[in-house]
Design a protein around this ligand. Structure first.
Ligand SMILES: NC(=O)c1ccc[n+]([C@@H]2O[C@H](COP(=O)([O-])OP(=O)(O)OC[C@H]3O[C@@H](n4cnc5c(N)ncnc54)[C@H](O)[C@@H]3O)[C@@H](O)[C@H]2O)c1
Length: 442
């Protein structure tokens, strides 16, 4: 049993904290968001993440997890302090480290001479951040009169690879745990927190661990943009990208994963991490051309469904378009960088009436589209039922492939233009029912 504080109780912090507590460690979850902490204290889970409520309930029952907004309490009562705050994109693509920096400051405020705290970066931070953090925290401790600040803490990189929607499963059965530190003993201590999971463990230096995270996300994003580009070429020649991807994926050097053509990637990680890696490379004098193309292809791909719809209904003024799926992917309520955002906005700009539905992301979607709701009034409607979205609709765009969309009452799609942005349905069947188009399939 180890004493762990997790700073930031968002998707990563809450899942990691709950899972560490489930594994038997004593966890303190801390957030600056008082409302979130109040909810957590009442046992409510503030995000939608399958399986998280059960794990959290168990951890609370065992008395292994508590929540606070008090940094003093969290730092004093922990030996490992995991940082899991956001690192969003700045306008120039760089990672905004202000939340991370603020967390370091608050931690440093409560480190005393004689302490030894292991500060673990779980947030995705650009290569070089860990070494910079060591200088930064040491400087803050020196200002407080601590003469040998290096003896009071160490900084470790332990990037997180979980996927929203499968976060608990991914945390409990990781493909690998990466721990980077200048001090191998300290890295070993962090690795030992995962002992019960028996994962493959890779111990590296600090910058290498930081780079593994960015390189992994950039590679996955590259696979998606790659297959989307292939899909667009397939369309011109009547080739079927799903079969092309299957044929490619049988080659073990390629693997079948992340080769699903669609209307682009979104989320809080791929877009921002690829942009941050581009920025880091450029600052270092490199020209990350491939990564820039990954973002460009993705931006264009997000609007493919609207382009396809315009081929069938060239003037969308006054036409009603149903949108199914708003979250950036199924099994999450996360709307960050969701392809649905540019799609819905483009439809509204073209004069359409949009009726949008998502099984769990409606509340978050209303926040994201708050300005659009003001601007477009009742031309943007959020509905609680997928079939209600179809009432009076001329067209349907499927943006997020939630399971509940797989087997629907297809009669309700009769006579409509259906754009399947995720290749969820079978073209030969759909063409009997409606005017159907998907991505990269004849
Ligand atoms: N979401 C994912 O799927 C995922 C996967 C792997 C890695 N990551 C990385 O993990 C990090 C966190 O991502 P997330 O999606 O969990 O973010 P999130 O926005 O869901 O959560 C961040 C939390 O940190 C809190 N916070 C902000 N500043 C704080 C401070 N100074 N002190 C305490 N709490 C503070 C916020 O209130 C919020 O609750 C990011 O760097 C992200 O890139 C995310």
């Amino acid at each position: 049993m180890k004493r762990i504080a997790v700073i930031g109780t968002g998707y990563v912090g809450l899942v990691s904290g709950a899972c560490f507590a489930y594994l038997g460690h004593k966890v303190i979850g801390l957030d600056v968001d008082e409302e979130k902490i109040e909810k957590l204290k009442r046992g409510e889970v503030p995000i939608y993440e399958p399986g998280l409520d059960r794990i959290l309930e168990k951890a609370i029952e065992n008395g292994n997890i508590e929540f606070t907004t008090d940094y003093g309490y969290a730092v004093k009562n922990s030996d490992f302090i995991f940082i899991a705050v956001g690192t969003p994109s700045r306008k120039d693509g760089s990672a905004d480290l202000s939340y991370v920096e603020s967390a370091y400051r608050s931690i440093a405020e409560h480190i005393s001479d004689g302490d030894f705290k292991i500060v673990v970066n779980k947030s995705t931070v650009p290569v070089g951040t860990g070494r910079w953090a060591k200088e930064f925290i040491a400087g803050l401790l020196r200002e407080k009169g601590i003469k040998e600040p290096e003896k009071c803490f160490e900084v470790v990189s332990n990037p997180e690879f979980l996927r929203e929607g499968k976060a608990v499963e991914d945390f409990m059965k990781p493909d690998r745990v990466v721990v980077g530190a200048d001090d191998r003993d300290v890295a070993g201590k962090v690795a030992s927190l995962y002992e019960k999971l028996q994962p493959p463990i890779l111990i590296t230096d600090l910058p290498t661990a930081e780079m593994i995270k960015y390189a992994s996300n950039a590679f996955l994003a590259t696979k998606i943009s790659f297959i989307n580009e292939v899909a667009n070429i397939c369309e011109k020649f009547g080739a079927d990208v799903t079969v092309v991807a299957r044929g490619m994926g049988l080659d073990h050097r390629i693997s079948p994963h992340f080769l699903r053509a669609g209307c682009g990637f979104g989320g809080s990680c791929f877009p921002k991490d690829v942009k941050a890696l581009i920025h880091t490379g450029k600052v270092a004098g490199e020209e990350p051309k491939l990564l820039e193309a990954v973002i460009d292809v993705n931006e264009r791909q997000k609007l493919k469904p609207v382009e396809k719809l315009l081929n069938h209904i060239p003037d969308l003024k006054g036409k009603t378009v149903a949108v199914w799926g708003l979250a950036f992917k199924p099994e999450t309520d996360d709307m960050r960088e969701a392809p649905s955002i540019p799609i819905v906005r483009k439809l509204l700009e073209l004069g359409a009436v949009v009726k949008a539905y998502d099984p769990v992301a409606l509340e978050n979607a209303k926040k994201v589209f708050s300005e659009d709701i003001k601007r477009f009034g009742d031309r943007l409607e959020f509905v609680e039922d997928k079939y209600e979205a179809l009432e009076g609709a001329d067209a349907l765009i499927l943006v997020t492939e939630w399971k509940e969309f797989k087997d629907v009452d297809f009669d309700k799609l009769k006579g409509k233009v259906v754009i399947d942005g995720r290749n969820l349905w079978e073209p030969s069947v759909m063409k009997q029912i409606c005017t159907y188009e998907s991505i990269g399939r004849p």
